[in-house]
Design a protein around this ligand. Structure first.
Ligand SMILES: [Zn+2]
Length: 622
């Protein structure tokens, strides 16, 4: 029996519990969330036909605040069929990827997909799909399969999907396929029905035309049955090295009817890839307190030396990245010869292997750097490819300079700036915020993603200061590893670290094709006259040399920054007194700096990190 007091207390407690429940439930709607897809797959490969039969058990967790009545899968192999969207794209884009087309004697370009024969096309044919053991209806259009759920998937619920499918590996035209130019039999990328990405922006149902990817994180447990004389390099860690060829000396290959089963487990990745060939050789290295690193290449004397020589610099690279961009979190990384260039996947990359030493190290560095900017930070490459490629290129480049003892200028990659300036002047530039698939020119896509994306970071260092930039990357790791950050999220991290407002920079640099152009107009009566010739405001570092040999560094923040960057430690600024001036309003094109001594020379940004399209008017000499 309760006394009245106890009843009141009980009621209060119930109320509190209810309140807590509702706060949590509704709070979640406003907070960051992400879906999860855990895969268990077993496939049986027919190497004579380059086909396989697959079975998948996929556990999909709905962490969204929405009830899902449908889910979608990517069937990427279907792009490699005549008449596909990828085929049409090749026939119609003005500058198609040279790997994907043929040129006849008259110079006429032909899509390689258009002429694929039946046994060389790719396909993923679904035999059945079930949700919690009930068969589901589905509709396939191009590379996207829409699946109507038997039971709506409520917030917080999980569904188990079982798929049964058959696939044919296409001739290699882009990224994955059979029989690469270097003789690798199987380059298995985009090879399984892959759960589409659903996030706070909705479903991402981009038809595959050759650009890149986004997907939910999950664990992959993959068993591959293939003729026992094959060797496989793959995402994750091999579970049974003693039962297959190539990984352990003296392994007793456990084969049933001529096939061996390869079992890999990869945790917390969002894309599983593998490659197989009978001529593969495997070499293993290990980083203290870091991952095991596997090198899987063809048994080819012409590449052996460079591959061996690349091993130690590869380990140094992972150490560099871990120190400057956050610790590498997985237990393995595997570099496999395969594919058609270099492409990153979860804890594995497929690269072509016949390269000079510099090119081999370059591609390995680039693809491993993607383990951060693409895999650990699962950036949506269909929208923000510049963030993924640009940040990757930036990190790759900084590491290369340090590991190979090259001098690091304040602007570590002037070539990226030159390339971006050329694009800006070309007349075909489109904003970086454009969906990746839709660029009119591959050229414009490539330069904005790799070069302008890199300029974004280097120039951010100019705006907030190098120290703040370094700390931004480390804080970004703390905040966003194993999530799906957007450029706004990175910008917010940079704002929190620097205390500066960067909304204007993000908006103008990413969403428009505006360019920066400042100039020193002249010096009249000890007054330096500056002008913004563009419609892009920027903070200005102004180095002044006086006639008496002394130097002064004026710092003019732009008004929207609402603060100032700390002093930076570059050799140009040695012995220069630093003076912080009043902010420059973006709405005023002119600004003047009053000095008390005779001026000999004036330079806007001697570090060359400001992406000023016309540097000739940045310098004034008396
Ligand atoms: Zn890349």
């Amino acid at each position: 029996m309760f006394t009245p007091n106890e009843i009141i207390m009980k009621k209060t407690l119930l109320f509190l519990i209810f309140q807590l429940f509702f706060l949590t439930a509704f709070g979640q709607n406003l907070e960051y969330w992400q879906q999860r897809a855990d895969y268990e797959m077993e496939i049986d490969v027919d190497d004579s036909k380059f086909q396989y039969d697959g079975k998948m058990k996929l556990t999909y967790a709905n962490h969204s605040p929405d009830e899902l009545k449908k889910v979608y899968f990517h069937l990427y192999y279907n792009a490699f069929q005549p008449g596909s969207a990828m085929d049409h794209r090749l026939r119609n884009i003005k500058d198609p990827d040279s790997r994907m087309v043929l040129k006849d004697e008259s110079g006429k370009i032909q899509s390689r997909i258009e002429i694929l024969s039946e046994e060389n096309i790719g396909f993923q044919k679904i035999n059945s799909i079930k949700q919690n053991r009930k068969s589901l209806n589905y509709k396939i259009s191009g590379t996207i399969m829409e699946v109507s759920l038997a039971e709506g998937l409520k917030p917080g619920q999980k569904a188990v999907f079982e798929l049964d499918w058959k696939a044919q590996v296409p001739e290699i035209i882009r990224r994955g396929g059979k029989n690469t130019k270097e003789g690798v039999d199987f380059s298995m990328t985009q090879w399984y029905p892959k759960m589409a990405h659903y996030d706070r922006f909705g479903w991402h149902l981009d038809e595959y035309i050759g650009r890149e990817f986004v997907a939910p994180f999950g664990n992959f447990d993959v068993k591959i049955n293939i003729q026992k004389d094959y060797i496989i390099g793959a995402s994750g860690k091999l579970q049974n090295p003693n039962e297959v060829k190539g990984y352990v000396a003296g392994a007793k290959v456990k084969a049933t009817k001529g096939k061996a089963t390869w079992h890999f487990i990869a945790e917390n990745i969002h894309d599983f890839a593998w490659a197989a060939d009978k001529e593969f050789l495997v070499n293993k290295q290990r980083i203290a307190n870091g991952p095991e690193v596997y090198f899987v290449r063809m048994n080819d004397d012409s590449i052996a030396e460079n591959w061996k020589k690349a091993e130690i610099p590869t380990l140094k690279f992972i150490e560099y990245m871990s120190k400057h961009f956050g610790k590498y979190p997985w237990s393995t990384y595997t570099i496999v010869q395969g594919g058609d260039g270099g492409m990153e996947y979860g804890t594995v990359t497929l690269i072509t292997g016949k390269r000079s030493f510099e090119s081999l190290v370059g591609v390995i560095y680039h693809e491993i750097a993607h383990s951060w900017f693409q895999h650990m930070f699962a950036i949506n490459e269909t929208v923000d490819e510049w963030m993924d490629e640009g940040f990757t290129s930036y990190a790759e480049n900084l590491a290369y300079l340090e590991i190979f003892n090259q001098k690091r200028e304040p602007n570590p990659n002037m070539a990226a700036y030159e390339s971006y300036f050329n694009l800006a002047k070309s007349g075909v530039e489109e904003p970086m915020s454009l969906l990746a698939d839709y660029y009119n020119y591959n050229y414009a896509y490539g330069v904005q993603a790799y070069n302008k994306g890199q300029v974004y970071v280097i120039q951010l260092g100019y705006i907030i200061g190098e120290e703040n930039l370094k700390n931004t990357f480390l804080k970004f790791y703390e905040e966003w590893k194993f999530k799906h950050p957007t450029p706004e999220d990175f910008r917010r991290t940079a704002e929190k670290v620097s205390g500066l407002n960067l909304k204007w920079y993000e908006n103008l640099f990413v969403n428009t094709t505006r360019v920066v152009d400042y100039s020193v107009q002249g010096v009249v009566n000890n007054e330096i006259q500056l002008k913004n010739l563009s419609n892009f405001p920027m903070p200005i570092d102004l180095l002044v040399e006086y006639a008496d040999g002394t130097k002064e560094l004026f710092y003019i923040p732009n008004l929207e920054l609402r603060g100032e960057k700390p002093a930076e430690d570059f050799e140009w600024y040695k012995d220069a007194k630093r003076t912080v001036l009043e902010p420059w309003k973006w709405s005023a094109p002119e600004y003047s700096v009053k000095v008390s001594k005779e001026v000999k020379k004036v330079i806007i940004d001697p570090t060359l990190r400001l992406a000023d399209i016309d540097y000739s008017n940045n310098i004034y000499n008396k």
